[in-house]
Design a protein around this ligand. Sequence first.
Ligand code: FES
Length: 173
Amino acid sequence: MLVTQQEKLRADVTALVDRLGPGRSSLIPILQDVKRRHHGVDSDAMQIVADLLDIHPVEVYSVATFYAFLNPAAQGEFVVRLCRTVSCELAGKDAIARQLETELGIAFGETGEDGRFTLEWANCMGMCDQGPALLVNDRVYTRVTPERVREIAAECRAAYSGHAAERKEGYLV
Ligand code: FES
């Protein structure tokens, strides 16, 4: 049976409301979970959350855009963040940035059309003596070289689950 993305989203949010309760206090945890599972909180998701919590969609939008960690823009399966703070800058972050853009085929601030990668800048992540430092989702990479960038990208591609393609086509269950 083919389940559309909207139906999957509605089922996920319904389960979350059942678990967390229908009050306003559930709004942030629900948005966090939707973002984690669906790689973003788009307008359909906001409408569904608003319907199921019986609140205005504008309220959902305000909360989603106020909290940076709920950034409603869709993100790739792998969010790659390169530190641009001074120690990493001095350790050669520019060469790593160029290599990342070449390797991933996107510029900083962009998500690739296939939904695999989002490339972003980050600020100091406490690895200043081991720069350049890079985060891929929750994993930290230190002393990154251009060659290491190629390896990291290859590892991500090998681990890619194809969620973006599933989102386009609907879910097979
Ligand atoms: S300056 Fe890059 S991790 Fe601290």
